[in-house]
Design a protein around this ligand. Structure first.
Ligand SMILES: Cc1cc2nc3c(=O)[nH]c(=O)nc-3n(C[C@H](O)[C@H](O)[C@H](O)COP(=O)(O)OP(=O)(O)OC[C@H]3O[C@@H](n4cnc5c(N)ncnc54)[C@H](O)[C@@H]3O)c2cc1C
Length: 503
């Protein structure tokens, strides 16, 4: 049930009226690709009951978005198959549409929109989605409402975005109980919504059957058609939930000490959930709920919160340090990025938001001689002098993921080995978004900008090129971690790669 307390998550996408004569309430899924733990869906159900109209849930996949490839298309289509199953089990009317060379979104969408009384959609603050929502608001005849289901605390409840995790953390802690108590529905149901049986289903909907995915992939244009899906990397909610279950048993108990260790995938201790979070196949709220309830020694309730640790990155959520450490990443660090985009819609995805000390450092060292300079193509092909960096780049290209510690090193070195900070930013943005399943996300930008000093402090001694920006090296990574199994894993991937890049 939608609680009034969550109205703060809803904002108007235009100033048009509710069309009383419309046939249905339309929820257009563009980001929260799931049938549960979803405030947009909860609010849509609420409106369908209020206006006594059927509810139609429409999900779309656009084909040639920036950085699109069969890799991301398949992940999205597998997601739709799971959502179709969940929708049918719960009794929702669900119309998924996948754009192909034969049938474009602009061909099908107007016919669906014109029959709506109100359109509700997901308020995802990054990539092409904010501009897309604006366009929908303009072409619609009826009211558009945007709902924020991005995290556990409503983004609108913060007065602004924050430049440091330590500034956001106490505010997030203050909002946590209220937000936790008003989480979205675990099992929303369409009871008491008027029946939609008489509605005419549009043509050319996707069947939601896995066996139809290959033929659809062949009919979809993309920016990088040669970038194939990673074998064994499945999209969809089922796989996300499977990974969550595995993480609770095998990763979380070791998280605070071992999350940074670069290892082969079967031995890593972080959750690997970022692609599922990015595509909205799993929600932060359900992960938080599962994690807080996972320690058999603690019967967690909001009373368990330890307010004497307010604002600290340990001790606040739970007596178990692994749980605190994980929730600090999932909530504080993730929300920094979402807030940046939500509160600064004019932010143009560049170095402009760096703190002054970082801008000054980069400027002072702009003319420094670089020990190595590589082009984007050389970075992309992983042919630098540094085998650890090359391994991280190959992991990204071949598996669509990159381990967090090495991702930081990967970013730092691109800054050091590029001709200018601006060139480095462009290379990082492009490689991250093109290959990473979790790319094109607010966290892509906070991660990349962190490498340039954002959300960080000045470090000493001052160094060439980076100045006071935190320095990282492959040498210290190899001293800190046992990298041999990781490097062997990457070599084994390289041997079986189909990608022409490494042939
Ligand atoms: C250069 C660079 C680029 C990055 N690009 C992306 C990106 O495109 N998409 C992306 O989701 N993350 C990005 N990150 C942040 C981080 O690397 C990933 O979120 C994390 O490695 C995902 O792995 P996981 O799901 O196993 O994380 P876990 O450790 O299991 O954490 C759970 C979740 O918390 C969030 N999280 C964890 N660490 C961070 C962090 N440092 N900052 C923000 N959120 C975090 C993620 O949503 C993650 O899925 C980037 C970091 C760097 C340094």
């Amino acid at each position: 049930m939608f609680s009034e307390r969550n109205l703060i998550r809803v904002r108007e996408g235009n100033k048009k009226p509710v069309l009383e004569g419309g046939e249905y309430i339309l929820y257009w899924i563009r980001a929260n690709r799931r049938m549960s733990w979803n405030h947009s869906l909860d609010y849509s159900i609420h409106l369908a009951k209020k206006f006594k109209k059927p509810l139609v849930i429409f999900e779309s996949v656009m084909m040639d978005f920036e950085w699109s490839s069969p890799r991301f298309h398949r992940f999205l289509l597998e997601g739709i198959c799971d959502t179709a199953e969940d929708a049918s089990r719960a009794g929702f009317t669900y119309w998924p549409f996948v754009e192909t060379k034969d049938h474009s979104l602009s061909e099908i969408v107007p016919g669906i929109l014109e029959k709506a009384s109100i359109v509700i959609t997901d308020d995802f603050p990054c990539f092409f989605l904010p501009e897309h929502a604006e366009k929908i608001g303009e072409i619609l005849n009826c009211k558009l409402l945007l709902v924020d289901s991005n995290s556990i605390t409503p983004l609108a409840s913060y007065e602004k975005s924050f430049g440091y995790a330590r500034v956001l953390r106490p505010k997030l802690h203050d909002r946590f109980v209220e937000s936790y108590v008003h989480r979205s529905e675990r099992k929303p149901n369409p009871n008491r919504i008027p029946n939609s049986d008489t509605l005419k289903k549009p043509n050319f909907l996707f069947s939601g059957k896995k066996e139809d995915i290959p033929s659809y992939l062949q009919k979809m244009n993309s920016r990088y058609p040669y970038l194939l899906p990673v074998s064994g990397k499945l999209g969809g909610r089922k796989e996300g939930l499977k990974l969550l279950k595995k993480f609770l048993m095998e990763g979380l108990p070791f998280y605070s000490e071992e999350r940074s260790e670069p290892r082969p995938p079967e031995r890593i201790k972080s959750s690997s959930l970022s692609p599922y979070l990015h595509f909205g196949m799993i929600s932060v709220e359900e992960i938080v709920t599962a994690v807080l309830g996972s320690d058999p020694n603690v019967n967690w309730s909001p009373d368990t919160l330890n307010h004497s640790y307010r604002g600290k990155n340990e001790g606040f959520f739970h007596p178990n340090p692994n749980i605190n450490s994980f929730l600090d990443e999932l909530l504080t660090w993730r929300e920094l990025g979402y807030l940046l985009f939500y509160k600064e819609p004019s932010f143009r995805k560049d170095l402009s938001i760096l703190p002054d000390w970082a801008k000054l450092s980069l400027e002072t060292h702009r003319g420094d001689k670089r020990e190595y300079i590589y082009t984007k193509e050389e970075f992309e092909k992983a042919i630098t002098h540094d085998p650890i960096w090359n391994a991280a780049q190959k992991e990204l290209v071949l598996t669509g993921t990159i381990q967090n510690y090495l991702r930081m090193l990967w970013g730092k070195k691109i800054i050091e080995w590029s001709s200018s900070p601006e060139e480095a930013f462009r290379i990082l943005e492009d490689l991250n978004h093109k290959y990473a399943y979790d790319g094109r996300d607010p966290n892509s930008y906070t991660g990349i900008l962190w490498c340039f000093g954002a959300f960080d402090r000045p470090w000493f001694p001052e160094r060439p090129v980076l100045g006071n920006i935190r320095y990282m090296s492959s040498d210290s990574a190899s001293k800190k971690f046992k990298l041999k199994p990781y490097l062997e894993y990457i070599r084994s991937l390289d041997g079986i790669s189909d990608l022409p890049l490494f042939k």
